[in-house]
Design a binder for this molecule. Sequence first.
Ligand code: ADP
Length: 485
Amino acid sequence: MKILLASSEVFPFSKTGGLADMVGALARALANAGHEARVITPLYRGIREKFPALRKVDWYFNLPLGRQYVPAELWELDVARGLKIYFIDQPGYFDRAGIYQENNFSYADNAERYIFFSKCVVHLARYLAWRADVIHVHDWQVALVPALVMQQKSEGWGNPPPTCLTIHNLAYQGVFSGSAFELTNLPKYFFNTEGAEFFGFLNCLKAGIAFADFITTVSPRYAREITTEEFGCGLDGMLRRRQKDMTGILNGVDYSEWNTTKNAYLSKPYSAGRMAGKKINKLELQRQFALPVDETIPLFGTISRLADQKGVDIQLGALAEMLNTKMQFVLLGSGSPEYERGYRDLARHFPGKVAVRFGYDETLAHQIEAGCDFFLMPSRFEPCGLNQMYSLRYGTIPIVRATGGLDDSVVDWTQNPRLATGIKFTEYTSRALAKAIRKALVLHSQPKLLNACRKNAMKADFSWEKTVHEYLAVYMKYKSERTKY
Ligand code: ADP
């Protein structure tokens, strides 16, 4: 099949979170499975310097955006057999220090930037000599694409391919003032309660839910959750109406990036059969964070965006309760200044036990995954979550709240000790998390059980080779029987 993917971030070219990992890995997995994948993404600052093999395509376009016309150029990179990336070059919009924001302030023209990007996606889909069988867009930034495709169909695009929207996180919907709808140049009838309008505002994700031929989200449990009022972020009614065209597919892991045997970031390789290297990584991590270097102290870690979703409040509470016991905690995170302050205070209260690093650091992320004994992920909600799956492969027991993809990917120790890969808790409270940490300490004190759990975790297989077929099955289904509107 020929699949055209579009995303505002794609690893290794740009990344703020799991979206980039997922799109980069899915595209590669499609190509590895013998299909043709092409990905469209913005040309952000620094990409050309980091990837000098990028080639300029002899194709300029000038697309309407409300009352103005905005020009753009196109670059491309052949990554592997069957995998090409297109980069939209519009320096005014994308040659900036950040992707969506700077200094914790979203860019004021994000509506303009991503509506324009969405228009570029549709333009390429329509006029590339290479004709896609399906257009697969990711998250709100490109969620207007299905509506734009429908509009072009009525303007002479004979038989456009079906569109698929993947919701990576329903909490981010791309909501802008109603006047931003003008930038889409869509007819007014797209802007109503069954379409792009949300209480007078433009809601890009809602438009995608309304007009995509089919919708996927990144875990089966999250697909069920978002049809409820509790998790629906105001769109549960709409999602229930689209339920028959919606499915949840758990994200895979790119094990060529995230592994413990061939990984330049780690001090020492290790595997389920040869665990000695994990200890070396732990000692090195303690050294790096200036904590007492001692193999016997249980070491907990977290790598996270510091946002409400990630359960920072209950984590701070639980750690404050538990840190009087023999344990250490390291954090790599960035986000809300208030949460950063919370962790800084925690480190001040527990010197020699807590160490924190703020910022974005891919290398350190691998080192924390490898060096820790336990990984804490107490999310309030979690569409899929990748870090718990990376932790599993790194033999670092995840402690997760049973929600969304966390519930789908971890087997709880008390539920099934023989097959356990981690520790789960349900209630969203510091007390419940503290109890889970206590269980972890018990597990740590019983090396036989700990090793069995580690082995199970490291053997768990979330590779894209398994998952990609689920995407191919839905692509195929909608290619052959297009939903009619
Ligand atoms: P989300 O997409 O909600 O942020 P995921 O667990 O799905 O959460 O994916 C997070 C990805 O971002 C992982 O690859 C994780 O390692 C990475 N990440 C998050 N914060 C940081 C950070 N401060 N430094 C390096 N990597 C980070």
